[in-house]
Design a protein around this ligand. Sequence first.
Ligand SMILES: [Mg+2]
Length: 230
Amino acid sequence: MTKIIAIFDIDGTLIDARGAGHRAMRQAFREVLGEPDALNRADFAGRTDWPLFWEAAVHTRVPTALIDWAAVQAAYFSQLSTELANSPPTVLPGVGELLFALAASKHFLLRLGTGNFYRSACLKLSAVGLWRYFPQGGGFADDGPDRPAILRAARRTAPAATHAVVIGDTPYDVEAAHAESLACLAVATGRFSADQLSRSGADTVLESLSDPNSVMSQLMAMATPCAGPY
Ligand SMILES: [Mg+2]
């Protein structure tokens, strides 16, 4: 039977966290390193969380070898939890219905493939009741230095999958999917327009995920046959 692993990005694809992650990182850098502005000099676009932390750290006065990364990460999670409680993310159009339908289908295996840490992914999605769709997790910033490594980690959590497809909102998701020979459905609910996503080579581009039945049949039609090991 066809078993499709559908690997979802989080920010801009499932939810709009409305800057909670950025604010929490700034506060964590202030709290642990005394330098909230280091992040202003880092480029967030397409970065996964560890490389972003490392790049921002170069702009602090603390030598990177002396930074207590576990403390920075713990402060980030604690601040993120507060930020999300004060200002919950927005679930993007159609996402709740789509995840419900995919979870109920015997053909789909739902996983995450995100630049967030596992813990921040859990905090963000729990804040809007979507974490329950991803009990098997997927691939996270903890699993590798870049997006292709994160996608491979996601695939390792679903060895029974016969097909795979990636759903994301940036050209970086498209690039990573293609680097792993996977199809990518790109959705223009993040920072990039449908035009930009088409130009990046996305296999399918949608303005939103607001028509769950149509999204589901497109995912079925476009999923790439795959076989392990990864
Ligand atoms: Mg995204």
